[in-house]
Design a protein around this ligand. Structure first.
Ligand code: NAI
Ligand code: F6P
Length: 382
């Protein structure tokens, strides 16, 4: 079996590519980073250091790479059995066009079913990619693609910061990993991949992960940044921040418990485990990485506003979430275009207009007013 994986970055090499290869699937990485692609093709293998209580290095083999902007890619789509992505949500609409071309060509020359799984931090990322691909398909191709291609949503959880290593291919990953896919969306046989779990209730797992791990991680980054820390480890070792992060995850957790019926004790244990993962001393995770693209993280359906809307829906506490959202509005990083845009928008249009523009919250809502009050209070303290 052959898989084409878009994005030879941290999750691509350190998680999805590794699992596929360990299940005897040949992996072809498609990326735009030519030096990285060249090195993969020279070596055909790379090391993944799994750090934690039992640190070990695994060698991932049977890999190669192609440039995702090359014509070769279209032919490759014709011949593989599975396509996965870990490129970041903002890149999905870029790869949609070559995917549409490749799938159309495949339809004419190969009648085997194929599945596409986007492994991104977003709710229904593959469904989003499908919508983008369909924008580029002809009306004649659409019914055939609908029949032949499974668009499988998934949730991915493994913390993989960029490795600081002399080896450009080495990836450093935590021991924990979770990849859950929607078993109802496959076309043809479901590939047998060790470490890929199946569910028919994906939305509960996606929201549990995104609105606990990612909400808590974003909280750690934005509160940490406000307090002058550089790394997640430094921030989570500050007891005030740790307590705030935990209470933020408990607020979003209350929504998840009420919405999906998760067991309260089990969910509390899930939160504790996540706090321990943030405090993994072997992971050197930077606040600027975890807080990256704050406009995406502040958007209506992402890890901050969506849980806040849930607390309104279920009428439960949200003071800590409100303060984290205010901290996100104060996130500054001149190397991050979205952080620069956020700062510029506040300077040009004021905080209220910026909040409404990027979060979609109603400016008259009490939550918007409380976020602005918290923002002004935190800003005055800086
Ligand atoms: N790093 C982590 O701990 C986790 C990340 N994720 C998600 O996985 C996705 C990838 O994240 P990372 O691996 O951390 O990012 P990364 O930046 O390490 O990797 C992204 C890769 O995509 C490549 N890329 C950019 N444009 C491309 C294009 N047009 N075609 C093909 N490849 C392209 C980049 O060159 C890079 O190698 C994101 O959606 C992220 O939210 C999810 C769980 C954990
Ligand atoms: O990858 P994103 O969506 O920018 O957010 C960073 C987050 O994703 C992760 O990389 C993986 O879940 C976390 O480490 C962090 O919470």
């Amino acid at each position: 079996m052959k898989a084409l994986h878009f994005g030879a970055g941290n999750i691509g090499r350190g998680f999805i590519g590794k699992l596929l290869s360990e299940s005897d699937i040949e992996v072809i990485f498609a990326d735009v980073n030519q030096p990285l692609l060249d090195t993969i093709n020279q070596r055909r293998e790379y090391p993944v250091k799994v750090v934690g209580t039992h640190t070990k290095t695994d060698i991932v083999t049977n890999v190669s790479a192609i440039n995702s902007t090359s014509n070769e890619l279209i032919k490759m789509i014709e011949n593989v059995d599975l396509i996965t992505t870990a490129v970041g949500p903002t890149v999905l609409d870029i790869i949609a066009k070559p995917l549409a071309q490749g799938l159309t060509q495949r339809l004419a020359n190969n009648d085997h079913p194929i599945n596409i799984i986007a492994c991104e931090n977003m709710v229904k990322g593959t469904s989003y990619l499908k919508e983008e691909i369909f924008k580029y398909l002809s009306d004649e191709a659409k019914p055939g693609i609908e029949k032949q291609v499974g668009f499988v949503d998934s949730a991915v959880d493994r913390i993989v910061p960029p490795a600081e290593s002399d080896d450009p291919l080495e990836v450093i990953v935590e021991e924990f990993s979770e990849w859950i896919v929607d078993q109802t969306q496959f076309k043809g046989a479901i590939p047998d991949i060790a470490g890929m779990e199946l569910t028919d209730n994906l939305i509960a797992f996606v929201e549990r992960k995104l609105f606990t791990l990612n909400t808590g991680h974003a909280a750690t980054a934005y509160l940490g940044s406000l307090n002058g820390y550089q790394t997640i480890l430094e921030a989570i070792h500050d007891d005030v921040i740790k307590t705030h992060v935990k209470q933020t995850m408990q607020e979003s957790g209350e929504v998840l418990i009420l919405r999906y019926g998760f067991d309260r004790n089990a969910h509390q244990a899930y939160i504790e485990k996540i706090l321990n993962r943030f405090a993994n001393p072997y992971l050197n995770d930077n606040i600027n990485r975890v807080g990256r693209q704050p406009l995406r993280k502040l958007s209506f359906s992402d890890r901050l506003i969506k849980p806040l809307l849930g607390t309104i829906e279920y009428n439960v506490a949200n003071d800590h979430l409100i303060e984290v959202i205010a901290s996100a509005l104060l996130f500054r990083n001149n190397d991050d275009p979205q952080a620069v845009e956020l700062e510029q928008s506040i300077a040009d249009q004021c905080i209220e207009a910026t909040l409404v523009k990027y979060t979609g919250l109603d400016s008259h809502s009490s939550e918007a007013k409380r976020i602005i009050q918290a923002y002004e209070r935190l800003k005055a303290k800086q």
